[in-house]
Design a protein around this ligand. Sequence first.
Ligand code: DQQ
Length: 584
Amino acid sequence: MANWSIFFLLLCSTIFHLHQSEASHDARVYRNLADLQPKTPSQTYRTSFHFQPPKNWMNDPNGPMVYKGLYHLFYQYNPLGPDWGNIVWAHSTSTDLVNWTPHKPGIFPSQKKGDINGCWSGSATMLPGGVPAILYTGINPQNQQVQNLAKPANLSDPYLIDWVKDTNNPLMYPTPANRLNSSSFRDPTTAWKGPDGHWRVLIGNKVNRRGRAILYRSKDFVHWIQAHHPLHSAEGTGMWECPDFYPVSSSIRPGKNTGLDTSVIGVGVKHILKVSLDDTKHDVYTVGKYDISKDVFTPDKGAVEGDAGLRYDYGKFYASKTFYDSLKGRRILWGWINESLSKEDYISQGWSGVQGIPREIWLDKSGKQLIQWPIPEIEKLRGKKVGLAGKLLKAGSTQQVAGVTASQADVDVSFSVQLSELKKADYLDQTRRPDAQLLCSQKDASIKGGLGPFGLKVLASKDMKEYTAVFFRIFKVKNNKYKVLMCSDQSRSSINPRPDKTPYGVFLDVDPLHEQLSLRTLIDQSIVESFGAKGKACITSRVYPTKAIGDAARLYVFNNGIANVAISNMSAWSMERALLDKKS
Ligand code: DQQ
């Protein structure tokens, strides 16, 4: 019997016993949840072109990489049910990052000292000679978090089906000497090599409320020594999960070779440190300088750390990870999009969690933030197109965009505003730093404004009892300047009162006086993934309409302000379904 099958049988019996003992703690709750688990997963909110397994729980993307021309995605997965637990690294491969072939789990608990209680998140590194190595967090018999190494069993297999764990595992672990808290020591990054030939890797950690990216160094990738200081830390930010650290070029040409391999340093190179804040479940990053001689990262002047800083996404997007795509010279970002359902509800649907569309990322020309854009491969799923250009969207108007499959679409629209109309913008007092998300709640899509709200109403029902509005509002601020707010407002996304419908928002760094305002939204049954201002800010929402499902869903453009705006250009495509169970 294969190792994985043995593991699976053991897992089932452990779970049975675990559940029995859990049941003695809280028999009522456990029985209720278990009863809810369906035999076949509900299909209603399953996505068509966002990655997800056929059933059960999925969370963080793990160890994405490209090997022998194939893309690999591993992810945190519960083979036994739709809630978090029994975590293994599930595995799929793809030739295009759109259609995927599932394989058996690549990494699962099997090593007594290293990971018998779980295989948590980690990353892949390409070693010299193109040998992939995975560092991941294992949960040991004492339930401590420790770091392990696995390598492919057969390097000539492009699918990398079998992985062998290093016999020295665990390679990094809490000791009385390092005084690392064994429940806050996890999620190794992709490692990078310095000019001294030594590998470096970061592990997420905290000490009290100080989030830390602990640095380890190694000559041989097996023996790791903790550096005297973390690469970086920040007070008051709590536990840093899933750190990611990589170089970006300050002189890129969008569209071509936008990414740098992880070990690149030098002139014209800046670094990004991303951390996943356990307290708020937000992925935040800073742009800064990495001093390799001291192994210290310093965020640029003015950079804000922690939850008030820059986020990859201002909606749902967590525990993300990038990898360098050597086939196309770009850096690609994967992120986990959780449900907005109660635990009871996602258990009864039989699955939980989706991955965002892989995004290409590069440094904005301002040098102050990243730009994110859906990988172009996703465009091959585009079907029938509906277009509009140079159309006035009058104050107070709503117009249907007919002719596209509104439950499964890619919409790219840009708006422009004439100077005379800009004058109608409401004033925004900035003396106390306004909170974008709060503003989006207070001024949702139904609240008339001066300039805006205008944008899209997606997954809308015919009677408009249900819709998700992705829109802009332009405000006047001091010194004849303007401020643009982008909202993803799901407060009316479903007549079902149970899902979380908190609207999301962010201010965009654009000047509506001189620039068009663009919005690209990928609509996929229960996901609305939006890219504002050509990828300067992203907001992802999960929504659960009860009427606006399948063919009944509609798409609208709307303007609920007193000023007119123009649609300079709009293209909306019906999207085909991606294959997630392709045979290899
Ligand atoms: N998920 C993993 C951890 C990580 C967390 C466990 C982030 O390794 O810190 O499933 O979502």
